[in-house]
Design a protein around this ligand. Structure first.
Ligand code: NAG
Ligand code: NAG
Length: 417
């Protein structure tokens, strides 16, 4: 990893920001707010960013932009005001997604071959992951919705509802063409200054973003919730980076399950770089923290961002390996526990842990908070929340109980492998 001190603060912000994606169900409205803020802050024309589950990217940009304006002491009027209509809902539903959502000139023979390659890779992963999950579920299947945008890009969401094993599972792909102020680019990467070369001062930098994100909420309290997100980001000026991660949120601690999940990702990481697992595992532990509780949301996994310190080919292979290991890391844990007997009290504990998930999302998730403050579309912003959750007044698990056992792991992040 190669993070200059100049970017360290920003990366922290991005981490916090991106954790909203950790919550999966992508709030389109926050993208809308972000875009509106951008267009106001640099005072230029209509932004071209995509609606849809591109929240992750949009929030990165937002964070970058906010960090920068803070650094410069700029507090431009209107940044927090409700956004004007920027056409965030202007995507066009299509019956079938085109073979590629990237613009024609970007393809394998074009100037930007990685764009099409990454899209192809995550499209294949979306199909293989949803096929495998539907098979484990045995009852429900994924419903696919596709859309495109006039200026290029689009998305495909696959959502499973009311399954035998999962209450709700979504795997969304998005391809985004947008533009951002140069300051955001410079704040987002050390090489931004170089790469924005040739652009007129104040000119917005066109970018491309492509990602696959997912959250799965099972019914059985012994089956963990799982989230992943893998993305590739590139500007027309040639700055690029990879980001992503997979993490797990159980309600009960099972050492074998954690060894399996973390062990699978350690193997994946080790195949590419022995420093990856310790670095990205620690990053996930710092990233999913509910600060007012001083506890983590779940039991981590791997998380990385702004990864661009080596041949993109190598990072592509790493991202591909990681996204294609989701089912191997998560599937067996769910299969093992999907029919475990449980009590009403255990179900309630799962609901309380989902309450903590809600706390994290509403209190710390920058995308959500910003979206709410800026008059985003409420339904879209809150789509990231679970259907049900529970708060009991001053609840403390009994010392020595299984609930107390996992609380200890939430308070003191551990090494699992
Ligand atoms: C995926 O998109 C669908 C439809 O836009 C949405 O209902 C679902 O919550 C999204 N899921 C994730 C994980 O973003
Ligand atoms: C949070 O928990 C850690 C680990 O138990 C502890 O070292 C730290 O002091 C706690 N911080 C606060 C503010 O309570």
């Amino acid at each position: 990893m190669n993070f200059g001190s100049a970017t360290a603060t920003l990366l922290l912000i991005l981490s916090a920001t991106l954790s909203s994606a950790a919550h999966g169900f992508a709030p389109s409205a926050s993208s809308r707010s972000t875009i509106a803020a951008f267009s106001r802050l640099d005072g230029t024309a209509t932004p071209t960013a995509e609606k849809s589950s591109s929240d992750t990217f949009q929030r990165s940009l937002l964070a970058a932009q906010l960090a920068n304006s803070k650094k410069n002491g700029l507090k431009k009027a209107g940044a927090d005001a409700p956004p004007v209509n920027i056409g965030w809902d202007s995507h066009k539903p299509v019956d079938k997604a085109p073979d590629s959502l990237v613009r024609p000139g970007d393809g394998p023979d074009g100037n930007y071959p990685m764009r099409a390659r990454f899209e192809k890779m995550i499209r294949e992963a979306q199909i293989s992951i949803t096929d495998a999950i539907a098979k484990i579920d045995g009852k429900a299947t994924f419903q696919e919705d596709c859309w495109t945008r006039a200026n290029g890009g689009g998305g495909m969401s696959r959502v499973l509802r009311d399954g035998a094993v999962w209450e709700k599972a979504g795997v969304n792909l998005s391809v985004v063409y947008g533009s951002m102020p140069q300051e955001a680019l410079q704040a987002a990467t050390e090489r931004g200054v170089d790469r924005a070369k040739g652009m007129a001062p104040g000119e917005r930098v066109p970018f491309f973003a492509c990602g696959l994100s997912c959250v799965m909420h099972p019914r059985n309290p012994f089956c963990p919730t799982m989230h992943f997100n893998y993305r590739y980001f590139e500007t027309d000026g040639g700055v690029w980076w990879f980001g992503g991660g997979t993490d797990i949120t159980p309600s009960y601690l099972n050492m074998d399950d954690m060894k399996h999940f973390h062990g699978t990702y350690k193997e994946v990481c080790d195949r590419h770089d022995p420093t990856f697992y310790p670095t990205f595992k620690a990053w996930a532990d710092r990233y999913f923290v509910i600060n007012h509780r001083n506890e983590t949301r779940g039991l981590g996994g791997i998380f990385f961002d702004d990864l661009n310190d080596r041949d993109p080919e190598k990072l592509f292979e790493f991202a591909k390996d990681a996204v294609n290991s989701v089912v191997k890391a998560y599937g067996p844990i769910v299969e093992k526990h999907k029919d475990d007997p449980f009590t009403e009290q255990q179900k309630q504990w799962q609901q309380m842990r989902r309450g903590r998930y809600v706390e994290f999302n509403l209190v710390y998730d920058r995308g959500t908070v910003f979206g709410l403050k800026t008059g985003g579309r409420i339904e879209s912003i809150l789509m990231s929340l679970p259907e049900t959750a529970r708060w009991e007044y001053d609840h403390h698990p009994e010392p020595g109980s299984p609930e107390a056992e996992i609380m200890d792991a939430f308070r003191h992040p551990r090494e699992w492998v």
